[in-house]
Design a protein around this ligand. Structure first.
Ligand SMILES: *[C@@H]1O[C@H](CO)[C@@H](O)[C@H](O)[C@H]1NC(C)=O
Ligand SMILES: *[C@@H]1O[C@H](CO)[C@@H](O)[C@H](O)[C@H]1NC(C)=O
Ligand SMILES: *[C@@H]1O[C@H](CO)[C@@H](O)[C@H](O)[C@H]1NC(C)=O
Length: 334
C-alpha cells in the first residue's frame, strides 16, 4: 500500500509538474500573442513553431489585377526556392479577391519597411539574376515578374488559392447563363455548345508613349483567324466578347467584331469578368496581363496574339528571345 502511495504521490507530483509547465507555456503563449498583436500579426503558424527567422520576402504591388497576380505568383515561387516567407498586407488587392495562404499581416510595414530593395532586370522574362540576393534579411522584390517559369513549381498551390469568392463566382455564373440562354433560345443546334471567352484590350496600349516603347495591339485580322480556328474545330461555337469599361475598346469591338455566333458582354467588375472568362470552354486573348491570367485560370485551349512587341523595340527586349518565358508552351500563338 505504501508503495502504491509513494507511486501515487510521484504520479501526482509529476502531473503537477507537467501542469505547471503547461501553465507557464500557456502564459508564454498569451504573452507571445499579445506581443505579436502589437505588430499586427494575424497568421503566424510558423512562428508558433518557435523559429522566428528574418527570411521575409515583400512584394511591391502596382498595376492592375493581372499585374498583381503575376507578382504574387512569382514571389510565391521565388520565396519557396529561397526558403523565405512571402508577406502581404491584409488590404492588398490580391488578398481581397482571393483566399491566400501566405503570411498576411494587418500592417506588413514593420517587416517590409526595413527590407532591402531588389530590382528585376527584365519584366517579361525568366531571369536567374532575379534570385541573386541574400535571403537572410527581409527583401522587397520590385518587378513585374511576368513569367510562368517563376511559379511553375508552385502551380498547384496557386490554383487552389486563385478561387474567386462565392459572390463573385455567382455573378460570373449568371453572366455566362444569361448569354448562353440568349444564344440558344433562337437556335436548334443539337451539337454540344462550346463557349469561347474572348478578351479585347487596346486603348491604353495605344498611347504615343506605349507605341514608342514597342507595344502592339491585336488587329481585327488576328481575331478573325482565332475565331475561325474554333469554328473549324467545333460545329456549335458561341464567342463571348469581353472588353472591360474602356469606351474606346467597346467602340472598337462594336465596329469590328461581328458574327451570328458572337455576343458582346457588358462589362462587370474586373474580378467578375475574369471569373466569367475562366468559366468558358476555351479562351482567346489579345494583350495585357488581365487576359493572360484569365487564360491561365481556364482549362481548354488558349489562343494568344504573338506579335505583342514590335521587332527590336525596347519592349521586345523585356522578353526572352523566343518569348516562351512569357507564353506557356501549350498556348497557341497567332
Ligand atoms: C532557426 O533556423 C535557423 C535556420 O534553419 C537556425 O540557424 C537557427 O539556429 C534557428 N533559430 C532558433 C532560435 O531555433
Ligand atoms: C433572336 O432572334 C430575334 C428575332 O429573330 C432577334 O431579334 C435577336 O437578335 C436574336 N437574338 C440573338 C442572340 O441572336
Ligand atoms: C532588327 O535588328 C536586327 C539586328 O540589328 C536587324 O538585322 C533587323 O533588320 C532589325 N529589324 C527591324 C525590323 O528593324
Amino acid at each position: 500500500m505504501r508503495c502504491f502511495g509513494q507511486n501515487y504521490q510521484r504520479v501526482l507530483c509529476s502531473a503537477t509538474n507537467i501542469c505547471s509547465a503547461c501553465a507557464v507555456f500557456f502564459f508564454m503563449t498569451i504573452i507571445f500573442f499579445y506581443k505579436s498583436n502589437i505588430y499586427g500579426l494575424t497568421y503566424n503558424s510558423n512562428m508558433l513553431l518557435g523559429n522566428v527567422s528574418n527570411r521575409y520576402l515583400c512584394p511591391y504591388f502596382r498595376g492592375g489585377l493581372g499585374n498583381h497576380m503575376f507578382m504574387y505568383s512569382s514571389l510565391n515561387g521565388i520565396a519557396k526556392i529561397k526558403n523565405m516567407k512571402l508577406v502581404i498586407n491584409e488590404k492588398d488587392t490580391i488578398n481581397t479577391v482571393f483566399k491566400l495562404n501566405v503570411l498576411i499581416l494587418k500592417n506588413a510595414k514593420y517587416i517590409c519597411e526595413q527590407a532591402v530593395l531588389v530590382n528585376e532586370k527584365r519584366p517579361c522574362a525568366y531571369d536567374l539574376e532575379t534570385f541573386n540576393f541574400d535571403p537572410s534579411k527581409p527583401v522587397k522584390l520590385k518587378g513585374y515578374l511576368q513569367s510562368w517559369k517563376y511559379f511553375k513549381h508552385v502551380e498547384k498551390e496557386l490554383r487552389k488559392q486563385f478561387i474567386f469568392k462565392e459572390e463573385v463566382n455567382q455573378k460570373a455564373q449568371e453572366v455566362i447563363e444569361k448569354y448562353t440562354k440568349m444564344f440558344t433560345s433562337n437556335k436548334t443546334n443539337s451539337e454540344k455548345l462550346k463557349i469561347i471567352g474572348v478578351h479585347i484590350r487596346r486603348g491604353d496600349y495605344l498611347t504615343t508613349h506605349n507605341i514608342k516603347y514597342g507595344y502592339n495591339v491585336a488587329p481585327k485580322a488576328y481575331l478573325q483567324k482565332a475565331f475561325d480556328y474554333f469554328r473549324s474545330k467545333y460545329k456549335n461555337c458561341l464567342f463571348l466578347v469581353f472588353t472591360g469599361t474602356s469606351k474606346e475598346d467597346i467602340k472598337w469591338r462594336d465596329d469590328n467584331v461581328h458574327g451570328k455566333d458572337v455576343l458582346k458582354v457588358a462589362a462587370n467588375e474586373r474580378n467578375v469578368d475574369m471569373c466569367a472568362l475562366t468559366k468558358c470552354d476555351h479562351t482567346i486573348i489579345t494583350v495585357g496581363s488581365f487576359g493572360w491570367w484569365s487564360a491561365w485560370l481556364s482549362t481548354g485551349t488558349t489562343i494568344y496574339f504573338k506579335d505583342i512587341a514590335q521587332t527590336n523595340s525596347s519592349l521586345r527586349k523585356d522578353f526572352s528571345a523566343d518569348m516562351t518565358d512569357f507564353f506557356p508552351n501549350d498556348w497557341i500563338g497567332f
